[in-house]
Design a protein around this ligand. Structure first.
Ligand SMILES: [Zn+2]
Ligand SMILES: [Zn+2]
Length: 261
C-alpha cells in the first residue's frame, strides 16, 4: 500500500502542510484540503474515491476545485464518502449556490459531478482494492479517522482529534497495522488553544502513542506551519523510536512483514 501526504503545489513549500489531504494507491483520497490544487486535471480524474474525515475547511477547501477538475462529460464521477453529519455540512455550507453551485442538484440533471456516499461508523466499505473503515474520534465537529486495509497491510489516517480511546482499541485488533498518521497541530506552549480546538500538542501526542499497539510506525502530520520547527523539536524530545515527522510528497510504502525464517 502506498500513502502520500499531499503538499501544496501553489508554491515551493513542499514540506509544509497548510491543508490536509492524503492519497492512497493513487486513486483513493482521504480529505480534500489541497486535493484540487494537486497535479493536473487528468491526474485528478484518476482519483475515484474521496473519504472526508470532517467538515473543517482545511480538510474540504478544495473539494469543489477537485470535482470541477475531475469532471468529464462521459466519465464516471468521483464518490465522496463521509458520515452523514459531514455530508450534510458539505451540502449546506459548500454546495449551497453561494459558496459554490449546488453540484449535488446539478448531478441529478446532467452528467454527475459527484455521488455522495454516507458512511456508518465502524462499518467498512470497499474502494478499489481497499477496505476503509471510519472510526469516531474526538474533535470540535463530528469527525472520523479511517482504518485502511488492503487485506495484508493496514494503516490508520487519524485526521484531527483531541485525546481519544476508541481508535486505539480498534488499532490493537487491526491485522497487519503498520503505520498511524496522527496530528501534532500546536506546540506545547499553545496547549490551551489545542484543547479549545480539540487538537494535540507534542506532549498530548506522546500520551496518545502510549495507548497504541507497539511496533507500529507513527507519522506526525498536520503540523501548523508557523510553529513547525518548535513542534518538531518537541516531538523529537519525546525520544520515541517509532516516531517520524511526516513529509509531504514522500511516498510511504507499506508491504507485508515477513515473519520467521
Ligand atoms: Zn478539524
Ligand atoms: Zn485540521
Amino acid at each position: 500500500m502506498k500513502v502520500r501526504i499531499l503538499g501544496m503545489s501553489v508554491q515551493n513549500t513542499a514540506r509544509q502542510q497548510y491543508a490536509s489531504s492524503y492519497l492512497v494507491n493513487g486513486t483513493v483520497a482521504i480529505d480534500a484540503g489541497c486535493l484540487g490544487f494537486h497535479g493536473s486535471p487528468q491526474e485528478q480524474e484518476t482519483i475515484r474515491h474521496v473519504f472526508l474525515t470532517h467538515s473543517h475547511s482545511d480538510h474540504t477547501a478544495t473539494l469543489p476545485i477537485f470535482l470541477e477538475n475531475a469532471w468529464t462529460p462521459t466519465g464516471e464521477c468521483p464518490r465522496i464518502y463521509g458520515i452523514p453529519e459531514t455530508l450534510e455540512s458539505v451540502q449546506r455550507h459548500i454546495f449551497n449556490e453561494v459558496m459554490w453551485p449546488d453540484f449535488v442538484a446539478l448531478s441529478r440533471r446532467m452528467h454527475p459531478f459527484l455521488r455522495l456516499c454516507p458512511l456508518e461508523v465502524e462499518v467498512a466499505v470497499s474502494a478499489d482494492s481497499l477496505s476503509v473503515t471510519p472510526i469516531p474520534v474526538h474533535h470540535q465537529v463530528p469527525t472520523v479517522s479511517y482504518v485502511i486495509s488492503d487485506g495484508r497491510t493496514a494503516v490508520i489516517i487519524a485526521g484531527d482529534t483531541a485525546p481519544t480511546n476508541r481508535l486505539w482499541e480498534v488499532a490493537h485488533r487491526t491485522a497487519g497495522l503498520q503505520a498511524i498518521f496522527l496530528e501534532a497541530c500546536f506546540p506545547n506552549a499553545l496547549r490551551a488553544l489545542a484543547e479549545a480546538s480539540y487538537h494535540l500538542t507534542p506532549e498530548m501526542f506522546g500520551r496518545e502513542i502510549a495507548k497504541m499497539p507497539p511496533g507500529v510506525r507513527v507519522i506526525a502530520t498536520h503540523i501548523k506551519v508557523r510553529y513547525r520547527e518548535e513542534i518538531i523539536r518537541e516531538l523529537a524530545a519525546l525520544g520515541l523510536p517509532q516516531l517520524e515527522i511526516g513529509e509531504c510528497e514522500k511516498e510511504y510504502e507499506f508491504s507485508e512483514m515477513l515473519v520467521g525464517p
